[in-house]
Ligand binder design. Sequence first.
Ligand code: NAI
Ligand code: MG
Length: 356
Amino acid sequence: ERKSTYKIAQIGADGIGPEVIEAGVQAVHAVAKKVGTFNVDFTELDWSSDRYKKTGSYVPADYIEILKKHDAIFFGAVGAPDVPDHISLWGLRLAICQPYMYANVRRTKVLPGTSSPLKNLQPGELDWCIIRENSEGEYAGHGGRSHRSLDHEIGTEVTIFTRTGIRRIARYAFQVAQSRPRKLLTYVTKSNAMRNGMVLWDEVINEVSKEFPDVTMDHMLVDAMTVRMTLHPKSLDTILATNLHADILSDLAAALAGSIGIAPTANIDPSRTMPSMFEPIHGSAFDITGMGIANPVGTFWSACEMLDWLGEHEASKILMKAVEQTCADGISTRDLGGAANTQEVTEAVIQRIKAL
Ligand code: NAI
Ligand code: MG
């Protein structure tokens, strides 16, 4: 339900994460002031690779209790050059998201003033929402290694699919498809080569589809899906895929939309047991950390998703409009071909929020 004050856990974490999150906090405050019916109270948490290097842990022992005191989590990126990526990812991002936030939602469109590497694609022609299963599948964390360092060393990474897990993500994806004008859901598997878990996906999704007779559904194998996304982007709307497949397809989607710096993610717990987490899809970008030139647009768009999830739809629309106007006016960072820095883009967005 809507509140007069929202408590947001702010976790910038590593690299450009704190830079873009700081920009996002400014934009959220500006839009809250504009709407005038709610406040946003950010609690800065220092959960990061620096904390890990000092204390041996990314998060305190009672981190779930701490997060539960908040209405949402606003997250930057995790990953440091001197920490292995599987340690940082599991230590922070997956520790927070995996147990509860089973739906990962990634919207993609070509914003005004940005251009797709696809020839002839006009703004508005690519408008996708990718739903990624976010709690099990290929990233379930099951497996092990034995016969260490011997020639016959074994490493297993066991994919776990459950009927419950597939059913709940399928229902969520159908609901999203139903809420969009085209009411079109394309689901992706590899059930020709993977004949157990992926065939279970086919079966469960076909069952769930009967609850949504107004949604048109089609099915793609993941390899053919890369071709369809590239050659026939207009034929797609809502897309459902497994944890691994959607991870890869959503990076492709971000690249086809013009830059990894503009794409948002929402990690949603549809049951609202835990606060949901909102973050740009990009990583900590060591190559540009500290230069003040990170593109904050993916973070602004993630803030729009957060405001929508909190029920503040008007604020979400105003912020998105201000971001689109800023892009259309050619005020953008280097990755989009512009010359502005993070703070200049942020100030341009705030000015447009005030003027709207
Ligand atoms: P990355 O997304 O950090 O960077 C890839 C390229 O895109 C770099 O050239 C970078 O400068 C550019 N880029 C990314 N975000 C940008 C932005 N906002 N504005 C302008 N340019 C931007 O991916 P990479 O280099 O593979 O990973 C770096 C670290 O980030 C690794 O430790 C990785 O594990 C971590 N990572 C974390 C994620 C997360 O926390 N959700 C997601 C992806 C990677
Ligand atoms: Mg990824």
